[in-house]
Design a protein around this ligand. Sequence first.
Ligand SMILES: CC(C)(COP(=O)(O)OP(=O)(O)OC[C@H]1O[C@@H](n2cnc3c(N)ncnc32)[C@H](O)[C@@H]1OP(=O)(O)O)[C@@H](O)C(=O)NCCC(=O)NCCS
Length: 148
Amino acid sequence: MRFPETGSPPTKDTDLITTARLDLVPLSAVHAEEMATVLSSPALHTFTGGEPLTPDALRTRYERLVAGSAGPVAEIAWAVGAPWQGRGLATEAAKGLVSWLGEHPVPTIVAHIHPDHRASAAVATAVGLTPTEQWQDGEIRWQRATRP
Ligand SMILES: CC(C)(COP(=O)(O)OP(=O)(O)OC[C@H]1O[C@@H](n2cnc3c(N)ncnc32)[C@H](O)[C@@H]1OP(=O)(O)O)[C@@H](O)C(=O)NCCC(=O)NCCS
């Protein structure tokens, strides 16, 4: 995600998902340094565990995520830097992403959310995901079909 006031340029214009306030760009290891600052608040880990990653550790994580998986399921997640929270940005970004996924051959969208994480559950609900009976590592699996 690129914030208007701080963002770095997108990888290529064709990869952009544009919403009213945001340009969503594909994850890239080159974002690691900037994102390590954006995600530096320990409070971001209240429900997910762990701690803020260093730029090097984030780069390694992004390289692994960018490699992707061959599965037909899109696992989505959201994190907004502490200073930018409470503005509807996670909801806006998630709506843009889910809408984009609806134009691609991905039948199912899933997210895993801690049962007490009301903000994250609200984002998931806003994009049409519903909680299932399945749990993974203390989190509830939410999902929806890409198209109704
Ligand atoms: C979850 C997170 C991404 C939400 O980001 P955000 O940009 O503040 O979210 P939004 O402004 O779009 O708000 C989404 C909803 O959560 C609600 N919300 C926001 N902060 C909240 C809080 N602290 N407690 C309860 N609800 C909250 C909003 O009111 C909104 O609900 P509504 O649509 O019913 O009004 C952000 O809190 C975050 O990055 N947390 C740390 C990372 C994380 O835990 N990610 C989730 C992994 S599953």
